[in-house]
Design a protein around this ligand. Structure first.
Ligand SMILES: [Zn+2]
Length: 466
């Protein structure tokens, strides 16, 4: 039962809600206010175990967010936790509060880039992502009803202005730019209005009104169809670039002046060179889906590339562990620890990008065209049963090991051949397999695809359409 959190005993979350990196569900179907309250109560136990007492809570602009936030705050406070409500804004604003206020953790009420009827929670404990087994532990605490009772305080402490000022402080461009922005009616809207008001240049804002129904388009810049409106604005305004955000502002999408999309790994080539110039030899992290061009480029400009597992919580943890100043994912999560806090913040990534462009005689399009030409597939996703997906990858790995293939297997298998590379991995969050391939030319890409399809066939998986 998903809606029994009001009673004193145990509370069960819907089986789909406690995920690898966050808590997420469909409001009124798999996620209820009672879940938010139980989540607050269970997180309070983890917080107290870690010696914590105060937690920051923020929310995105979804229609269901105020009610879920209220229930969450109730659950925390009745468990003896002092709650600092930081208000409506993007997820990185909540991270900012968790890193800079006198609190021991943070919870963001957000459905990220998902459709309007979704919502959920992202959690931070002691400035670290709270994920994987920790999230499963919340379910166990709730099921057992092993809550603690107390009377915490609830205070309002909006941080939007401080957050925007902190980001604006790191703008270091010299040349004013013309920029088209698309907030997608997501939670970045108000922050974006305030931020662009502090910047030189001309700024054209699309969908900056926060509206949880997302009337213009889906707030997910990793899908090309969601960037069509921004492409038109870049052309119409003759903008130097276009910048888009996902629904909760932890992922960025970028267009050059010709309206061409720079995917996360292409954007990272630009951002990485800038950081490495200040920090020669620095380790820059990118996920296994990223182009070989990025890893080669990091090396070429004097940095140390590190390929790591996909997943924003995993990347953040690795960054903190090794002290890397910058990391990025193909999906548009960009993490700056250089001059910043090491979490994924799309507004901050935007400020650094326009600083770089505002100091460079080169345009973003020129920077992009200077990279070695490769042909690659986008991220290909195809259905595979949850019970089967990891086994398929294990089988492929075992066969490739037998054949002494050159591969990286930290997250699925990424196989290198003389043509380029192909990747097969199991999604941690969905019943899908993810593949990608990249070669120097079309004929090479065709050979890589064939190799991938053949491997899938050996494990009884029908070839996906490329
Ligand atoms: Zn997001």
């Amino acid at each position: 039962m998903a809606n029994d959190g009001g009673r004193v005993g145990g509370h069960r979350f819907d089986s789909t809600v406690l995920r690898e990196y966050d808590v997420r569900g469909i409001v009124g179907k798999t996620l209820f206010e009672a879940d938010a309250r139980a989540l607050g109560r269970a997180f309070a136990v983890c917080l107290a175990e870690a010696g914590g007492k105060r937690v920051a809570v923020g929310r995105d602009g979804r229609l269901s967010s105020p009610a879920l936030e209220q229930a969450l705050v109730q659950g925390l406070a009745e468990s003896g936790i002092d709650v600092v409500r930081v208000g409506l804004g993007p997820t990185p604003m909540l991270y900012f509060a968790a890193y800079t206020l006198d609190v021991d953790g943070g919870i963001m009420v957000t459905g990220s880039h998902n459709p309007a009827d979704y919502n959920g929670f992202k959690l931070v404990l002691r400035k670290k992502s709270f994920y994987g087994p920790e999230i499963q532990k919340l379910g166990k605490i709730a099921a057992a009803g092993a809550f603690r009772n107390g009377k915490g305080t609830v205070t309002d402490h909006p941080v939007l202005d401080d957050y925007v000022a902190r980001i604006a402080a790191d703008y270091d461009g010299k040349r004013p730019l013309t920029i088209a922005w698309d907030a997608g009616n997501g939670a970045t809207g108000e922050a974006l209005v305030k931020l662009t008001a502090t910047l030189p240049g001309r700024h054209f804002l699309l969908n900056e009104t926060i509206d949880g129904r997302f009337p213009a388009h889906h707030p997910d810049p990793t899908e090309a169809k969601n960037l069509v409106q921004l492409q038109a604005a870049v052309a119409e305004r003759r903008a130097d670039l276009g910048i888009a955000f996902d629904g909760d502002g932890d992922r960025i999408g970028v267009l050059d002046a010709q309206g061409r999309i720079l995917w996360g790994d292409q954007l990272m080539t630009v951002l990485a060179s800038d950081v490495i110039r200040e920090r020669p030899g620095a380790t820059i992290i990118a996920d296994v889906k990223a182009s070989q061009v990025l890893f080669d480029e990091i090396k070429r400009v004097g940095g140390t590339p590190l390929m790591w597992r996909t997943g924003h919580s995993i990347i953040k943890s690795k960054m903190a562990e090794i002290g890397a100043p910058l990391a990025g994912e193909m999906s548009g999560h960009i993490f700056y620890a250089d001059r910043y806090y090491g979490y994924d913040d799309a507004l901050y990534a935007a400020i650094r990008l326009i600083g770089i462009l505002g100091r460079s005689p080169q345009s973003l399009a020129e920077m992009r065209d200077r990279l070695p030409a490769v042909v690659n597939t986008p991220e290909l996703r195809f259905d595979c049963d949850d019970t089967r997906k990891f086994a398929v990858v294990d089988e492929v790995r075992a066969r490739l090991k037998q054949a002494s293939a050159e591969m990286v297997d930290i997250d699925g298998v990424r196989v290198r051949t003389k043509d380029g590379w192909w990747l097969l991995r199991a999604s941690n969050t969905q019943a899908v397999l993810v593949a990608r391939a990249e070669a120097r030319d079309a004929a090479g890409l065709e050979r890589l695809k064939q190799a991938l399809v053949a491997e899938l066939g050996r494990s009884g998986i029908a070839a996906p359409k490329f």
